[in-house]
Ligand binder design. Structure first.
Ligand code: PAF
Length: 288
């Protein structure tokens, strides 16, 4: 197992990407905040299947955390991350910028994305997507990759990034790859590291409720209010859970639907003690 090369300043990164380009290589980008798990590694492998150089960025971005959120305790596990990337094979360059290089004194420009950033995470975490869109655009500009890879677990984030890329003519393709789950269904997330063994079991209710929504739709239920109510009851049967939202929505606009009449996104966010977990899945009514 050979750990990938790591660069921490922009000039070195640009030089490495420029030489890859000069050699005719396609460049992929996997932006992360570290604490890498199999979900991240699946993005790395997706990039490796299309690109000869994959730049993995590791940067816990302060501007996407609100006051009182988990910026300070977010897991920082660079050694383990480099070991994990070492198992993925060659063609990887890791960029670990310093916060002062990303946000130097006087930094004052921000990216605001419109309606798709407003509901759900946008409402529960004011300023979150402004921070995400800004850092992602900066990483796009720093790396200059051809293709960037994101996970479907952060569905709304992927939609916000697609909107920004289209609106601001950013010359990059965005790929959204399937959520990777533990064998029992729990979506992989760096924040799962916060869960005690008991909370880890309780957290399964997220995937169970998304599966319940899918089963209801397959059984012929179409009313979104009734489906959301059943999910709410299932989640609230656990006294430790606080629901931030349960949504059934159009997958493109995120506007709530009243009837599940076509492909619909079910998305939810739940708090378990001080840990906040999100998950989503598509609901596909069978043809009648
Ligand atoms: O999904 C994440 O880990 C982060 O939001 C991202 C895209 C790396 C931006 O900081």
């Amino acid at each position: 197992m050979q750990r990938p090369a790591v660069v921490s300043n922009l000039a070195e990164l640009r030089q490495a990407v420029a030489s890859a380009r000069a050699a005719g290589k396609r460049v992929g980008l996997v932006p992360t905040m570290g604490a890498l798990h199999e979900g991240h590694l699946s993005l790395v492998r997706a990039s490796q299947s299309e690109c000869s150089l994959t730049v993995v960025t590791i940067f816990v971005n302060p501007s996407q955390f609100g006051p009182g959120e988990d910026y300070d305790r977010y897991p920082r596990t660079l050694d383990a991350d480099l070991d994990a990337l070492g198992t993925c094979g060659g063609g990887i360059l890791v960029f670990v910028p310093r916060t002062e290089e990303v946000y130097p004194p006087g930094f004052a420009s921000w990216v605001e994305v419109g309606p798709v950033a407003e509901p759900w995470e946008g409402r529960c975490r004011p300023g979150h997507f402004r921070g995400v869109a800004t850092i992602v655009l900066k990483l796009f500009n720093m790396v200059g990759a051809d293709i960037a890879y994101f996970g479907q677990k952060d569905y709304q984030q992927a939609l916000v990034i697609r909107r920004m890329v289209e609106d601001l003519n950013v010359p990059i393709e965005v790929r959204v790859c399937p959520t990777v789950r533990e064998p029992d269904g729990l979506a992989m997330s760096s924040r799962n590291a916060y869960l005690s063994a008991e909370a880890r079991q309780q957290a399964l209710v997220l995937w169970k409720s998304l599966c319940l929504a899918d089963a209801m739709v397959c059984e012929g239920h179409r009313g979104a209010a009734a489906i959301r109510q059943r999910l709410r009851e299932l989640i609230q049967s656990n006294a430790d859970m606080r629901i931030d939202y349960i949504a059934l929505a159009d997958p493109e606009t995120l506007k709530p639907v009243e009837q599940v009449s076509g492909r619909t996104l079910a998305a939810l966010a739940v708090r378990l003690g001080s840990t906040r977990l999100i998950d989503n899945r598509f609901l596909e009514p069978p043809p009648s």
